[in-house]
Design a protein around this ligand. Structure first.
Ligand SMILES: [Zn+2]
Length: 71
């Protein structure tokens, strides 16, 4: 609980939203690979989180498939 409260704008590695180029907003931060990344609004952040979640689930599915190979 409250984990998202630890994300701070001053820790954010980027100044502008990668989608729109607008300045990042303190209420639109996310954690990516241990770094705080920012977006101009929560909608942009949610779009990013949905994309990374999809990729990560695909990657772990791929890894499981590789692990399952028994040559
Ligand atoms: Zn944005």
């Amino acid at each position: 609980m409250g984990a998202e409260q630890t994300l701070r704008l001053e820790d954010c590695i980027n100044d502008v939203c990668p989608w729109s180029g607008d300045p990042v907003s303190a209420d639109s931060l996310s954690l990516y690979r241990g770094q705080t990344v920012g977006f101009c609004n929560p909608g942009c952040r949610d779009k990013f989180e949905a994309a990374t979640r999809l990729f990560e689930s695909k990657m772990s599915a791929q890894k499981r498939k590789d692990d399952g190979n028994d040559w």
